[in-house]
Design a protein around this ligand. Structure first.
Ligand code: 0A1
Ligand code: ZN
Length: 873
């Protein structure tokens, strides 16, 4: 890097000097050289008292300025300044018109920000700061304008021409070109602008809104994929209905478009009325998509749709407020999914995701508050903290205020701020004002980084029948924030009698460092069910006795905590065993007798009153990465060996029950993605995976048979996942079969790449290197890189952390290679190297050496620099 990149600070926010009222854009599309003409009406911002003579500063990167006119007159060369970051000139008056022509090159845009080419189509990605790669503009979310967009393109290669809002006209032009004009009546920031042009197939449906308006719904996909859009379309309609029912929010235009593209940096994007999706989150049919894919499609389609209100109608004042739209929208999509499926299973999945992604972030070198204070590259702040922890913060407000109080706050928020760009604080104020409460202490969740640790102790006075629960909270320092304050949080608790009756249940309001809560008329010494439903997003340091955990696994009336008790029990066994293994090297001996744990699992597995999806979840032991989080230093090989050994012990102890579960959950019906059928498949998959863990060859044969006869992708992948870790000819057969079936299917073949990258076999790194030469692999497609390279670092702890350091070196090489093409994705993949503090000195120094090598790279991007430099500090 030539110079130290600039740090942007939240406290430096100033309102824009000028506002843009209307934007007219004309695109002459060409793969190599697209011409963009823009006409902007600017006006001085009364809030700033600016006017004639003040500097107009427009952002712009990576494009050629062809012409610049102000109020119809071309500016002479000495009247403006243009460089690699933008364009500046003096305002002639308080109100004036700027006309700009730029030239950009979509086909050479490997960063996939701004206007680029994916397969044969043109598409855009403007959040966060991609619009400045299309034309010079005030690229900040508090500048909101109405847009009229004209697209000119060859009719044959681009029969479909789309932008935001309503189609105003379609006309034929000369030379085989045609034109479409789009008009979006809702003022929006430029990050919500979108354009799509190409030869795409369209699937169409409609939705009648609560006030009786008909909305046309269209999903555009590559030709040949028309039969894979049903589930996304159905999810969209259910999301539209849910937002009306639960939030009273109606869609506001007559048209809603979704486009699926193969090359996309993230999951999807909520551009006004023209959502652009990573194709993997739209396309599904039973033989190409797993139950998990269906679930993700449902939630992401809903997420992007919900942004129409939480993000688009009310947007962010600046990017530090990103969680205003993302935390809220994630909470909304989580609740939507809970209402569509099993609520406890959804909560378990959401908490697992938080623990796997956000807790490590909050406890590591990249920790930052939900509302960050500074950044170098905003694209690095689309994080688990902003999204997932942000959603937990909204959820806590929902818990504290109750569903009705929360809804009152939401209503006030949208009434007060519709059409505005606002802050997280404005959101909290609406909640306070609508409910007459004070959230001064609660607001700390937005400004304080780090996961609080809670410990609790119960004391029962049998004479007085009083139970006293003492809770202490503490948050460890995080980079740049050494002093932590006590937070307010709702902690749901239950007190259970030994016969399983619930003696008492309550949501307590924790506000102090150490606080006593007294419960009267408690007939006997209770078993405590603590932080039910994960009501507060914290770590709980107290581990109940194994007896109490087994009791909670079988009796808690809160399903989340039934699962949680099993996880705590397993973690406790595994962590003790890892420590013993380090001395003995014998995983079996290190685990000792685990009969009581197996009995508790058996009780859950065979309890027909419990949902099958829940039972499947409850059988899965905490993952290797989760265990590593709890050990310092973490020994990845010991964790792997001990976890495998416990899996085998459980498998042998419960073999009969797993065989029964496998048999009873076979289905003769045609595949349906509904939650009940998915739960049945999940239970059967868990059973198969444990049966294989017994080590008996017949069960590997069973997996191969399941692979061969599967009539849906869920069952096929379940079998392949088992085979993938085996030394068995069936593995090669199944992998080869999968390859030949799906080699030309860009979405499906990623499953094949990521599965092999995940294999616990010791030849995995060599296999990955070979797979990089596969014709379907390219470093230019983010999904491919994530599937093969990202999966290795994120989901193959054993091999990524191989003691010789080859995993680290390979990974750093790929990050540097990718940085030259797509810095945003390179930076998003870099976090695993920053975990060096968790490992032994030898691994830590090897990881740091790779980070240093990255920092020394020529032309290192701001994106990767920020992550690597913070990771090493
Ligand atoms: N706002 C989108 C996600 C998104 C964020 C950034 C992007 O480019 C840097 C692209 C998409 C969402 O929350 O779904
Ligand atoms: Zn979002």
């Amino acid at each position: 890097m030539s110079e130290q990149p600039q740090v942007i600070r939240r406290e430096d926010y100033t309102a824009p000097a000028f506002l843009i009222e209307t934007v007219e854009l004309v695109f002459d599309l060409d793969r190599e050289a697209t011409i963009v003409a823009s006409r902007l009406s600017l006006v001085a911002n009364p809030e700033r008292g600016t006017g004639a003579g003040d500097m107009v500063s427009l952002d712009g990167e990576d494009m050629k300025l062809l012409s610049l006119k102000v109020d119809g007159v071309a500016l002479p060369a000495d009247a403006y300044e243009v460089d690699t970051t933008g364009l500046r000139f003096k305002a002639p008056s308080e109100r004036f018109v700027v006309e700009i022509e730029t030239r950009i090159s979509p086909v050479n845009n490997t960063r996939l920000e701004g206007l680029y080419v994916s397969q044969s189509a043109y598409c855009t990605q403007c959040e966060a700061e991609g619009f400045r790669r299309i034309t010079y503009f005030m690229d900040r979310p508090d500048v909101m304008a109405t847009y009229r967009v004209t697209i000119n393109a060859p009719r044959e290669s681009c029969p479909v021409l789309l932008s935001n809002g309503n189609l105003v006209s379609s006309t034929d032009l000369e030379d085989g070109r045609h034109q479409a004009v789009w008009d979006d009546p809702f003022p929006k920031p430029c990050y919500l602008f979108a354009l799509v042009a190409g030869d795409l197939a369209c699937v169409e449906d409609s939705f009648k809104t609560m006030s009786g308006r008909d909305v046309a719904l269209r999903i555009f996909v590559e030709h040949g994929n028309e039969d894979r859009c049903d589930y996304a379309m159905d999810s969209l309609k259910r999301a539209m209905k849910w937002d009306e029912d639960v939030y009273g929010l109606e869609y506001d235009l007559d048209l809603f478009n979704i486009v699926a593209v193969s090359d996309f940096n993230m999951g999807a994007m909520e551009n006004k009325s023209l959502n652009v999706f990573n194709a993997k989150y739209i396309l599904a049919k039973s033989d190409t998509a797993t139950d998990t894919d269906y679930e993700l499609i449902e939630s992401i389609v809903a997420h992007e749709y919900f942004h129409n209100w939480s993000g688009n109608r009310v947007t962010c004042r600046d990017w530090f407020q990103l969680s205003l739209k993302e935390g809220l929208t994630v909470f909304r999509d989580q609740e939507f999914s809970s209402d569509q499926r099993s609520r406890p299973v959804q909560r378990i999945n959401d908490v697992q995701r938080l623990r796997a992604g956000q807790f490590p972030e909050d406890g590591g070198p990249l920790a930052h508050p939900v509302r960050p204070d500074s950044y170098i590259e905003i694209n690095n702040f689309y994080t688990a903290t902003v999204y997932q922890k942000g959603a937990e913060v909204i959820r806590m407000m929902h818990t504290l205020l109750g569903a009705e109080g929360y809804r009152k706050g939401i209503d006030l928020y949208f009434e007060r701020h519709d059409g505005q760009a606002v802050t997280c604080d404005d959101f909290v104020r609406a909640m306070e004002d609508a409910n007459g409460v004070n959230f001064d202490q609660f607001r700390l969740w937005y400004s304080q980084a780090g996961t609080p640790n809670l410990v609790w102790e119960g004391n029962y006075d049998a004479d007085k029948k009083v139970f006293c629960l003492t809770i202490e909270q503490k948050t460890e320092p995080t980079p740049g924030q050494t002093l932590k304050s006590d937070l307010q949080m709702p902690v749901k608790i239950g007190l259970l009698a030994r016969d399983g009756r619930e003696l008492h249940a309550q949501t307590i309001d924790l506000t102090q460092a150490k606080q006593d809560f007294l419960f009267e008329d408690i007939a006997e010494q209770p078993v405590v069910s603590f932080n039910r439903d994960f009501s507060a997003p914290v770590n709980v340091g107290t581990t109940p006795s194994h007896d109490d955990l087994a009791f909670l696994m079988g009796n808690d009336t809160d399903a989340f905590n039934r699962w949680e008790a099993g996880q705590k029990y397993a973690s406790d066994l595994l962590i003790a065993a890892v420590r013993a293994y380090d001395k003995s090297g014998d995983a079996d001996a290190a685990l000792g007798n685990v009969d009581a744990f197996c009995d508790a699992l058996r009780a859950t597995l065979t309890n027909d009153d419990l949902d099958k999806a829940f039972r499947a979840q409850a059988m899965i032991l905490p993952g290797e990465a989760m265990l590593a989080e709890q050990l310092r230093p973490a020994d990845p090989e010991a964790i792997y060996q001990v976890r495998q050994a416990l899996r085998q012990k459980v498998a042998i102890a419960l073999q009969d029950e797993f065989e029964a579960a496998y048999r009873h959950n076979a289905s003769n019906d045609a595949y349906s993605p509904d939650a009940t059928s998915a739960g049945q498949r999940a239970l059967r998959a868990v059973a198969l995976s444990y049966l294989a863990a017994t080590g008996e060859g017949v069960f590997i044969d069973l997996a191969l048979a399941q692979y061969r006869t599967a009539d849906n992708m869920t069952d096929r992948m379940a079998a392949l996942t088992v085979l993938n870790n085996q030394d068995h000819p069936g593995r090669e057969e199944a992998l080869a079969d999968f390859e030949s079936r799906f080699a030309n299917d860009t979405v499906v073949i990623d499953k094949w790449f990521s599965l092999q990258a995940m294999s616990s076999r010791t030849d995995t790194l060599e296999q990955i290197k070979k797979l990089m030469e596969h014709p379907a692999f390219t470093m230019r497609n983010p999904n491919k890189v994530r599937a093969l390279v990202g999966t290795f670092a994120m989901a193959n702890q054993r091999n990524f952390h191989a003691a010789d350091g080859r995993g680290y070196a390979f990974y750093a090489d790929r990050l540097m290679e990718l940085d030259n093409l797509n810095p945003q994705v390179a930076a998003r993949l870099a976090a695993p190297l920053g975990k060096w503090r968790k490992f032994d000195e030898d691994r830590a120094s090897k990881m740091k050496a790779e980070l240093k090598r990255i920092l020394a790279k020529e032309n290192l991007s701001r994106d990767l620099y920020e992550i690597a430099s913070k990771s090493i500090a």
